[in-house]
Design a binder for this molecule. Structure first.
Ligand code: CP
Ligand code: NVA
Length: 312
């Protein structure tokens, strides 16, 4: 007899799957878990737990941070990709969800359409984490906001300038702004504007769109961008190189932002395209701290999804 997977399983498929109180808990938990790691304290709350990581797109940071994070918490991680598994040969994603979640405790998926991860999760008995889809990149924004808090304190009421494509990163920043009460100033080239429904937004109160990227960056507390061509959109690359040419974060743009503004980029970055080398490698850039924090926030996330709130 086939049992229905529990509807009560908590997933992290998009940023708004966590409310403000849960996010605040996670950021505080990240601080504690990071401190344990930095002081070489052994912390194995997930011993005997197994994470399955499914990649339908390339990755360096996401794979490494999930795999290392799981090992550091005493568990193990198994890597699957489309090429070497039945997923690439047309096995229905619903069937994969049923099977994979019977052999593991937690699943992370990087894929194309958001609907794929939602169909998997609807058939999963264990929590599913979005490791990037065409629409969202919630783990990255957890790391970015944690990095902001670590460097500057609360993000509430602050202004984030998003320069470039209204892609998965941009959509997730916009969701986060609604939950954590900050503002996003978005500047995209014409015809690449935010699609509020695709971004999963409740309203328009937390973001403003600017045709001029310099105006979006004016007085911003954080300036951030991403590649002009995301994975899955490679066929548009040539056209995008022309369309986005004026949307580079450079020294002039950082000069118009707030004096103590930070620069972030989820990486991989293309110096000379979406960001100048001077900004990427300059004093306001916190991109390496941001990348490292993927490890720490995801450890807190995995702990929360598997064990709930813990102390110690
Ligand atoms: N930022 C990020 O998700 O990097 P990877 O594509 O290397 O995982
Ligand atoms: N927007 C980029 C992020 C890569 C981490 C992409 O989807 O390719």
């Amino acid at each position: 007899m086939s049992e229905k997977p529990s509807a009560k399983v908590k997933h992290f498929l998009q940023f708004k799957d966590l409310n403000r109180e849960e996010l605040e808990y996670l950021f505080e938990r990240t601080r504690i878990i990071k401190q344990k790691y930095k002081s070489y304290q052994q912390y194995w709350p997930l011993s005997d737990r197994t994470l399955v990581m499914i990649f339908e797109k390339a990755s360096t940071r996401t794979r490494l941070s999930f795999e290392a994070g799981m090992q550091q918490m005493g568990g193990s991680a198994i890597y699957l990709n489309t090429r070497d598994s039945q997923l690439g040969r047309g096995e229905p994603v619903e069937d994969a969800g049923q099977v994979i979640s019977r052999m593991s405790d937690l699943v992370m998926i990087r894929t194309f359409e958001q609907s794929i991860i939602e169909r998997f999760a609807a058939n999963s008995r264990v929590p599913v984490i979005n490791g990037l889809t065409n629409e969202y990149h919630p783990c990255q924004i957890l790391a970015d906001i944690y990095t902001y808090i670590e460097q500057r304190g609360s993000i509430q009421g602050k202004t984030v300038a998003w320069i470039g494509d209204s892609n998965n990163m941009c959509n997730t920043w916009l969701q986060a702004a609604e939950i954590l009460d900050f503002n996003v100033h978005v500047s995209t080239p014409p015809e690449y504007e935010v699609e509020p429904e695709r971004a999963g937004l409740y309203g328009h109160e937390h973001y403003e769109e600017f045709t001029d990227p310099m105006e979006a960056a004016r007085d911003a507390d954080l300036v951030t961008t991403d590649v002009w061509t995301s994975m899955g959109f490679e066929a548009e690359n040539e056209e995008r190189m022309k369309d986005f040419a004026d949307w580079q974060v450079d020294e002039d743009m950082m000069a118009i932002a707030a004096k103590d503004a930070l620069f972030m980029h989820c990486l991989p970055a293309h110096r000379g395209e979406e960001v100048s080398a001077g900004v990427m490698d300059g004093p306001q850039s916190v991109v390496w701290e941001e990348a490292e924090n993927r490890l720490h926030v995801q450890k807190a996330l995995m702990e929360y999804l598997l064990l709930g709130k813990v102390t110690g």
